[in-house]
Write a protein that binds this ligand. Structure first.
Ligand code: FAD
Length: 544
């Protein structure tokens, strides 16, 4: 049966209410009707939790060339120089645009009494170039963009709307392949509706919840990557998952970051028996780069069969700790950990997805009228490793690039066709929800153990084997039972896990964030290549 009510028809439908999605919505809405969907609350995305800030060349001594060079070095030979230059050169205007939306960044008074933006410096950056709002930049960005979007008459914000699958014209029996809508689950009612638009934009964030430990909020289940893959888009560089070395290990606070600044102030990493271990890994000890510290912790955890290690700052005075780390102090205190006296239990945690849906310099995917922006996309900016604070910049720049392209093509695109309604006549209510919870845990644990910070051919093979079994079980479950949000996420996570394993298996070297014991060095005998996967090719391989 075909029926798409006018309420569910838009010029542009954007999936995601983070920095990327809302920036694009606000840019387009003067002349288009825009619908923005978020899986849960509008604020629930990585954007809200970003702490550090946004990189941009603003200091008089800084230069675009320096920001470009730093980004290319971090990318370890896989960043696309054209994309890096494009992104960095749009830094200043992106910050100005955010200020116009009402974002209040931290300011300081210069020596001539003039107010200017205060800039931080972070790892990998040669200059102070991080614009921030104290240590809660993401919250300031998220709340300002949501407020502006709420006031706009051409923007419909829809919370608790979970995109199930994209609809493309070829699936409706029309000749050409174009994105034209999606099936969407209303989480609160369980109803499934068809939503149509001339243009569809994925802004669904990263996939870091594929691992047992993650700094990300619950929504980061790689939905956009899985949606695009199922629809036929290429996905690239999924092996480059960034792990933050120190996330609080506590059953009630899985996603709380313990800032690098604690190590900067002399915090020591120790085993449960009190032994320090960084001296066995790097002469810079706790101040070695993030990936080295994460690898060292991971190795100690595996060697000693423990669940976590400790980070100890208790040698500093209580006054110093409370003044310099008020948020961490308070958060730990609430969990009965007094960091002025006790060490903090920490584990590394998945933090950022460098790979994603393969896009061009206007955020276009392989499918006409389907764009991908923000962490869901692989633009070529980050290459094999993301430099701190370049990700929010990427959200802003590619929202602008998509804006430019959508404006250019919108009038030439036909109105979306009538869409079929979701058919759930052959499925029943599940009486075995426990299967989903169990498979969620199993997937995230074997991804952590076998496809985490240190990989090997054997571990990847083992993970793929387990994945095959899960895939079968989940496909069967999906075909038999009524859809829930947990089931949708699990179905997407399984795809994301497979893409990470496949990309990791393609890379016979260690480079950037991908480290394998079997090939511990970069392969410098040839030009570094992106790991690009195409759904059509993988299907063919599976049939062989
Ligand atoms: C703790 C933390 C600190 C960070 N600090 C920094 C920093 O200082 N600087 C920096 O540059 N970067 C930082 N990052 C990374 C940065 O925050 C993210 O890369 C960026 O915010 C991603 O924005 P986004 O708009 O792409 O996605 P998100 O902000 O993650 O938003 C994703 C949106 O998609 C929606 N969505 C997902 N799936 C579906 C679905 N199936 N249906 C409907 N909607 C869906 C979600 O509901 C959400 O609205 C940090 C990340 C974390 C977790």
């Amino acid at each position: 049966m075909f029926n798409t009510s006018s309420a569910n028809r838009y010029d542009v439908l954007i999936f995601g209410s983070g920095c990327a999605g809302l920036s694009l919505a606000l840019k387009l809405a003067d002349s288009m009707r825009v619908g923005v969907l978020s899986k849960f609350a509008l604020t629930e995305g990585s954007t809200f939790y970003a702490q550090g800030g946004i990189s941009a060349v603003l200091h008089e001594k800084d230069s675009l060339a320096s920001h470009i060079e730093d980004t290319l070095i971090a990318g370890a030979g896989l960043s696309n120089p054209e994309i890096v230059e494009l992104t960095v050169s749009m830094g200043k205007e992106s910050i100005q645009w955010l200020r116009k939306q009402g974002v209040k960044f931290t300011e300081e008074t210069d020596q001539h009494g003039k107010q200017q933006l205060h800039l931080h410096r972070e790892g990998g950056h040669s200059f102070r170039r991080i614009v921030h709002t104290a240590d809660a930049t993401g919250k300031a960005v998220s709340t300002s963009l949501i407020e502006s979007a709420k006031k706009h008459k051409n923007i419909d914000l829809m919370e608790n709307h979970n995109v199930i699958d994209l609809i493309t014209t070829d699936k409706l029996g029309l000749d050409e392949q174009r994105a034209c809508g999606a099936y969407v689950l209303e989480n609160l009612t369980g109803k499934i509706k068809s939503m149509a638009a001339k243009v569809i934009v994925l802004a669904t964030g990263g996939a870091n919840k594929v691992y047992l430990y993650s700094t990300n909020p619950h929504i980061s289940t790689g939905d956009g990557i899985a949606l695009a893959w199922r629809a036929g888009c290429r996905v690239a560089n999924m092996e480059f998952m960034q792990f933050h070395p120190t996330c609080l290990h506590h059953p009630h606070a899985r996603s709380f970051l313990i800032s690098e600044a604690i190590r900067g102030e002399g915090g020591k990493l120790i085993l449960p028996n009190g032994q320090p271990f960084m001296q066995n890994y790097d002469h810079r000890l706790e101040l070695a780069p993030r990936d080295i510290v994460a690898r060292a912790i991971d190795s100690e955890i595996k060697k000693h069969g423990v669940d976590f290690v400790y980070l100890d700052i208790s040698h500093k005075s209580g006054r110093f700790i409370r003044r310099h780390f008020p948020t961490i102090y308070k958060q730990c205190k609430q969990l009965d950990i007094d960091i002025t006296r006790q060490p903090i239990p920490v584990v590394p945690a998945a933090h950022y997805t460098c790979g994603g849906v393969y896009t061009d310099n206007y955020a276009r995917t392989d499918i006409t009228a389907l764009y991908a922006i923000g962490e869901v996309a692989c633009t070529g900016l980050h290459g094999a490793n993301r430099m701190a604070s370049n990700s929010l910049l990427e959200c802003l720049v590619f929202a602008e690039r998509a804006n430019q392209h959508i404006r250019h093509v919108i009038d030439s695109l036909p109105p979306p066709p009538e869409l079929p309604q979701w058919d759930d006549s052959r499925v029943s209510l599940s009486d075995e929800e426990v299967v989903i919870a169990h498979n969620w845990d199993e997937l995230r644990r074997f991804m952590w153990d076998y496809v985490g910070i240190v990989r090997s051919d054997k571990r990847l093979k083992r993970a793929m084997h387990r994945l095959e079994l899960l895939k079968e079980e989940i496909a069967e479950y999906y075909g038999s039972y009524r859809i829930t949000s947990d089931l949708l996420e699990l179905r997407n996570l399984v795809i994301v896990a497979e893409l990470i394993i496949r990309c990791a298996q393609l890379r016979k070297e260690s480079r950037g964030l991908h480290y394998t014991k079997d090939y511990p060095d970069p392969d410098d005998s040839r030009t570094p290549q992106n790991s690009i996967l195409s759904p059509a090719e993988i299907k063919l391989q599976s049939r062989e």
